[in-house]
Design a protein around this ligand. Structure first.
Ligand SMILES: [Zn+2]
Length: 278
């Protein structure tokens, strides 16, 4: 009975992270091809030393541009109000993240690896994609479920360990309660640490459509994915933070390319619904 409950909860975690849209299909051989390309690319990533004011004004103008053209996608994704608040941080952290319900923070540490406005727009549009798909709400739910699962597992283990113990005092019970609560916190953190691979791919898909609406060059923008994959391979300071919140896989490089193809033949300029007609 208890085990069945755990299984049900685990399934709930998985069910919550499903994409609402048809994600581009990528094959193992296509992924392997990009992996080899990255491995054989011996060039170090270039670091562009720009001023804070340069980054600040770029982030601001790109964000306004994307925001202006986001309405059709917001309506389609039922993201209301259609609002994004993008903040530039000059910290040397190789990351960007979507937080709260509409906020985004992009760090200088990441922007300095990007060549042009199209790549920077891709980074910001990706974070907007997380908001459009309401991933924060999903992650919050998963975090809570993770906490319940983790607490429940601990409760089961402690219960089993003490079932036949005649010296199991109320003090110990209290201690165990504390342990269960601690484990629930651990579960919460694990659940909240990162988006799933599917959520990342969904944010990417929404980003490509948003970039198209706003008139950016999708082929140039794709280089962001390649740079992320390379950043993971190269040992650079802060890359652990990037890897833990944005799994940068060659799969995303391929999926981005497929999305470009999809958009070329999709007159609605809105991603296909997962359960909709083909
Ligand atoms: Zn992401």
């Amino acid at each position: 009975m208890k085990l069945a409950m755990l299984v049900a909860l685990s399934l709930f975690v998985t069910a919550c992270t499903g994409s609402a849209y048809k994600l581009p299909v990528v094959s193992q051989s296509e992924i392997a091809q990009v992996e080899n390309q990255i491995k054989s690319d011996k060039n170090d990533l270039k670091v562009y030393n720009r001023s804070d004011s340069n980054y600040r004004s770029r982030v601001s103008s790109i964000s306004k541009n994307l925001q202006k053209k986001a309405k059709p996608l917001c309506d389609y994704a039922e993201y209301s109000p259609c609002r994004f608040e993008v903040k530039y941080s000059n910290e040397n952290i190789i990351n960007a993240y979507a937080h709260d319900n509409y906020k985004i923070t992009v760090f200088k540490g990441f922007l300095q690896y990007l060549q042009n406005n199209d790549e920077m727009a891709a980074l910001i549009a990706h974070e907007m994609g997380h908001h459009l798909a309401k991933h924060n709400q999903e992650t919050q739910r998963n975090a809570e479920t993770g906490a319940v699962v983790s607490g429940l597992v601990t409760a089961l283990l402690l219960g089993a360990a003490n079932a036949n113990n005649p010296y199991y005092s109320s003090y110990q019970q209290q201690q165990n309660q504390q342990t269960i609560e601690n484990m629930m916190n651990v579960g919460f953190e694990i659940g909240a640490i990162s988006y799933s691979k599917e959520q990342e791919r969904e944010a990417d898909l929404l980003a490509t459509y948003l970039l198209k609406h706003a008139g950016y060059n999708l082929n140039k923008a794709q280089n962001l994915m390649y740079t992320m994959a390379k950043l993971k391979g190269d040992r650079v300071e802060g890359h652990a933070a990037l890897a833990s919140t944005h799994p940068p896989t060659p799969e995303r490089v391929v999926a981005w390319e497929k999305a470009i193809e999809e958009i070329k033949s999709n007159n609605t300029l809105l991603p296909y619904q997962k359960d909709g007609a083909p």
